[in-house]
Design a protein. Sequence first.
Length: 195
Amino acid sequence: MLDAALDREAQGDLLLGDMGQGIPFKPGSFDGCISISAVQWLCNANKKSDIPAKRLYCFFSSLYSVLVRGARAVLQLYPENSEQLELITTQAIKAGFTGGVVVDYPNSAKAKKFYLCLFSGPSSFLPKGLNEIKDEEEARESTFTNKRIPYKIARSGVVRKTREWVLEKKERHRRQGKEVRPDTQYTGRKRKPYF
């Protein structure tokens, strides 16, 4: 990730570190924290000396210190099982945070997402998770009907002999340099049948 940022000449400073060893910033440096799919990796022990509970506590206690009082941290995670989720939340609360877990689409197997919403300082209300996957699926799906659109409407986009069509045609003629009568309140009106 850091190599990709260097290749793209990203603006700002880059920092390489292990979040299981703490966050190396001054206390009260940040107003908030967002993490996507990173915290659950602290539960893996890559070496014999790695103890997941200690690494999680070190991360959460250093995160608590770098956040301003009253700040929020939202961490999206994908826990392997309920024990892993329990371990993560326990260590966060032990470090001084308040809050809890919010689950979006709890009844879905594919769309289920876990968010650990943490507050440093006084506890705030915990947001509700999204429940209805129906709306999101409908937004992604296209709807099909048996009704056919007439070729002339589909081609031009405007129904012929309407006010909009007449105004477009007059504007097109003006751009072509033709002499066109000015637009009035009567432009595009239907004539009476006896005319």
